[in-house]
Ligand binder design. Structure first.
Ligand code: SF4
Length: 256
């Protein structure tokens, strides 16, 4: 297995936190885990895989077209909210041709609750005709996908990985936050995170890594108050202590 390019700084999370309820010290964690001292990224990957064996994209879809539309709607919105909107949306606009002929007012009303609905309607109204130029289906090529209205690298990578199981790292807000907290990168630039974290893992691992980090970010490693005291990778995390370390307090923060 390849050496990681960025060795995590295990000192980073420990200053001024003596007496915390960390289960073991970083040093003992390293010695207690077969690979942790030399391959923390893969140790985290494996542990999160055990913690979230069913990690998957939480948007509901039945085709690449539906996934693309749902992903565009998920900007600044929860997947759960998008999933409430898309059944009626896909019933009315089941394909690119129907979307191309959508009435703006009707479309806006259907997607209003996802927020930023006017901008999203703009993109969807342009997306229909743009997809027709590809035969009505999203292209399986990131360079072509990012030419579509409302589609950046993040959305394009969702399509690649979830619709076709092509390796792609979706550097959403959770992925970027966790990659920094775990010591893998020191940047919030999505493309730099994609490039640097991508270099730590084999492309065959990217899709699973993506889902595991995103699930962990949604359930435990929250932006404001991460549940450090209830975190399966606490022993390996240089940011341990960013959130409550008391197990009972942390358990209350966990969202299942
Ligand atoms: S919850 Fe705390 S210990 Fe776990 S990954 Fe996030 S910052 Fe690190």
């Amino acid at each position: 297995m390849e050496e990681p390019l960025n060795q995590p700084n295990f000192e980073a999370g420990r200053g001024g936190r003596s007496g915390s309820s960390r289960p073991r010290s970083a040093e003992s964690a390293n010695s207690g885990h077969a690979n942790a001292g030399v391959d923390q990224p893969h140790a985290v990957f494996e542990i999160l895989g055990q913690a979230y064996p069913d990690a998957h994209c939480e948007l509901d879809f039945s085709s690449p077209y539906e996934l693309l539309v749902a992903t565009i709607l998920s900007a600044q919105c929860t997947d759960a909210r998008v999933n409430k909107v898309t059944p009626a949306l896909f019933a009315k606009y089941p394909d690119a041709a129907a979307l191309a002929g959508a009435n703006r007012a009707e479309l806006e009303e259907l997607i209003r609750s996802t927020g930023f609905f006017r901008n999203k309607a703009d993109n969807l109204l342009k997306l229909g005709p743009a997809l027709l130029a590809y035969g009505g289906e999203p292209p399986k090529d990131i360079d072509e996908l990012v030419k579509l209205p409302g589609v950046g690298r993040k959305t394009a990578n969702v399509l690649l990985s979830e619709a076709w199981n092509i390796p792609g790292l979706t550097t959403d807000t959770h992925f970027i936050r966790l990659s920094n907290r775990l010591g893998w990168v020191k940047t919030k630039n999505p493309e730099a995170v994609e490039r640097e974290v991508g270099a730590l893992f084999d492309p065959s691992e990217w899709n699973r890594l993506d889902q595991r980090l995103i699930w962990h970010g949604r359930r435990r490693c929250h932006a404001k108050k991460p549940a450090c005291g209830a975190c399966p990778v606490a022993e390996l995390c240089p940011s341990y202590g960013t959130g409550p370390t008391d197990p009972e307090e942390a358990a209350k923060l966990v969202k299942e």
